[in-house]
Design a protein around this ligand. Structure first.
Ligand SMILES: [Cu+2]
Length: 163
């Protein structure tokens, strides 16, 4: 039986080419997110998690890494229960990876609370709209990639990937 020859050098060239392309695209993306002030901005839409699938939630989250070394996170969510306190944190994985995993920590060995974590918690108004805000000293690292909204009981109900 004749087998196909595996053309290794060609594969290596292809992988090198694709790697260069990905790095190039990432560089362009990073450059475009740097504002005139030198701040770096990432943001994304809020979407329901599986557990929150019954909820018709929407909204937007944003993280600003300021040029002078602060991290500011805002989250706006609609479609929640009225006059209710919701937890919200920056998490360390994308929404689709283990439901965003655990909280982002500046110091992984440090306390599980602000200012070592970023908590833009909020209380909704009578229309079920909430606006969370957190501002902490320090520039969040590259794995501060999502904002999760928790129900009063703690369940993860919604998430936004920060890109
Ligand atoms: Cu959380």
């Amino acid at each position: 039986m004749k087998g196909r020859t595996f053309d290794r050098p060609r594969w290596r060239r292809l992988i090198r080419g694709m790697t260069a392309l990905v790095i190039g695209v990432m560089a362009v993306g990073a450059a475009s997110a740097v504002g005139a002030s030198g701040a770096r901005v990432t943001s994304g839409d809020v979407q329901a998690f599986a557990l929150g699938a019954g909820l018709d939630v929407s909204g937007r989250a944003q993280m600003i890494r300021t040029a002078d070394g602060r991290t500011i996170v805002t989250v706006h969510v609609e479609g929640l229960a009225p006059d209710t306190a919701y937890g919200s944190h920056v998490h360390q994985q994308a929404c689709a990876t283990g439901e965003a995993d655990g909280h982002y920590k500046f110091d992984p060995a440090g306390p599980a609370a602000p200012p070592n974590e970023i908590w833009p918690a909020f209380t909704t108004n009578a229309a079920g709209v909430g606006n969370g805000f957190a501002s902490v000293a320090g520039t969040a690292g590259p794995n501060a990639v999502s904002v999760v909204v928790h129900a009063p009981g703690g369940a993860k109900i919604a998430c936004a990937d920060l890109r």
